[in-house]
Design a protein around this ligand. Structure first.
Ligand SMILES: Cc1cc2nc3c(=O)[nH]c(=O)nc-3n(C[C@H](O)[C@H](O)[C@H](O)COP(=O)(O)OP(=O)(O)OC[C@H]3O[C@@H](n4cnc5c(N)ncnc54)[C@H](O)[C@@H]3O)c2cc1C
Length: 277
């Protein structure tokens, strides 16, 4: 099937993009890398949208250290995140994630802003940004605002982005001395979406654990984090399995995903300490 769009316009800059969205009578749809949106349009899961192409807005691309944070522009592509030295230094979790995302053609076009805005519960970047305690920067007709990752992911494919807003950037805390990151997942084939996956961040203040592909949105596993901070690994595995609500589908049963999440946590902790599982 062919996509059925309601129109197309390329934005020169963010102000122009916001104007185009405002003129679209609620039918405006941001087009970034197109790797999820065009696929959905081709399947007629999305029709009649006025596409506002932001892909050439240079200000929305790139990585920098600014005001004591790592700032990643929304249009920074997966492949660029995988090779960026600042990301490697301050957010190695994202570099690990890139190796698991789809295949090279998609990583060359897909953007981190698109991945977060799309909010696929099986996607890696949303769980990473949540594990790192990131902030999502939005710009809309009323101005700019920031949303903590904890408040950003609402449901399957649903976020805190309001009508007419654009996700412009993500900021993350800089890596502390001794901080460690592990992303681990199981997929049927390399590049497939995960059956279940985990991010573990270990900081002086404690652990942060997020799980993906185990519910309608990435889960910050508070009970598991508490058990890990208390040094109770077995308790953390039990707590994680209790606090996720995975779906059953053609790929895996809920029971299998719940079991897998616990196995992945054990392996991630071995990776953190450098021991073999
Ligand atoms: C075959 C296949 C396999 C894939 N496998 C994986 C995988 O294993 N893991 C994974 O994480 N992802 C996977 N993806 C998704 C891929 O990572 C996409 O690139 C990403 O989810 C969307 O980024 P995009 O820039 O292409 O966004 P687009 O497709 O352009 O947009 C996606 C959605 O986000 C909105 N949007 C995009 N950018 C913005 C913005 N700046 N502000 C507001 N709204 C915005 C759009 O309006 C649209 O609703 C896969 C995709 C395909 C086709």
């Amino acid at each position: 099937m062919k996509a059925l769009a309601g129109g197309y316009a390329r934005a020169r800059d963010v102000t122009h993009a916001l104007d185009l969205l405002a003129q679209a009578d609620g039918m405006g749809r941001v087009l970034a890398g197109g790797q999820s949106l065009i696929a959905a349009m081709n399947m007629r899961l999305s029709t009649g949208d006025m596409l506002v192409d932001i892909s050439r807005i240079a200000d929305l691309r790139g990585v920098a250290v600014e005001d004591g944070c790592l700032r990643i522009g929304a249009l920074t592509r997966h492949a660029d995140i995988g090779t960026d030295p600042l990301v490697a230094t301050h957010a190695p979790l994202l570099v690990q994630a890139v190796h698991h995302i789809a295949h090279a053609a998609i990583r060359n076009r897909g953007t981190i802003g698109g991945s977060l805005a799309h909010a696929d519960p099986a996607a890696e970047f949303p769980a990473c940004v949540l594990a790192l305690g990131g902030t999502i920067h939005l710009q809309g007709p009323e101005g700019v605002r920031q949303v903590a990752a904890e408040d950003f992911f609402v449901d399957v494919f649903e976020t805190a982005i309001e009508e007419g807003e654009i996700l412009t950037a993500i900021t993350l805390p800089l890596l502390e001395a001794g901080e460690r990151h592990v992303l681990i997942e199981t997929a049927r084939r390399s590049g497939d979406y995960a059956l279940a996956g985990l991010c573990v961040v270990k900081r002086a203040a404690g652990h942060r654990v997020t799980a993906f592909s185990v519910g309608p949105r990435p889960v910050l596993a508070m009970a598991a984090m508490e058990r890990l901070d208390a040094g109770d690994t077995a308790g953390a595995v039990d707590a994680l399995r209790a606090e996720i609500d995975p779906p059953s589908d053609t790929q895996a049963s809920a029971a299998y995903r719940r079991h897998l999440a616990g196995v992945l946590l054990t392996r991630a902790l071995h990776d953190l300490t450098g021991e073999t599982a």
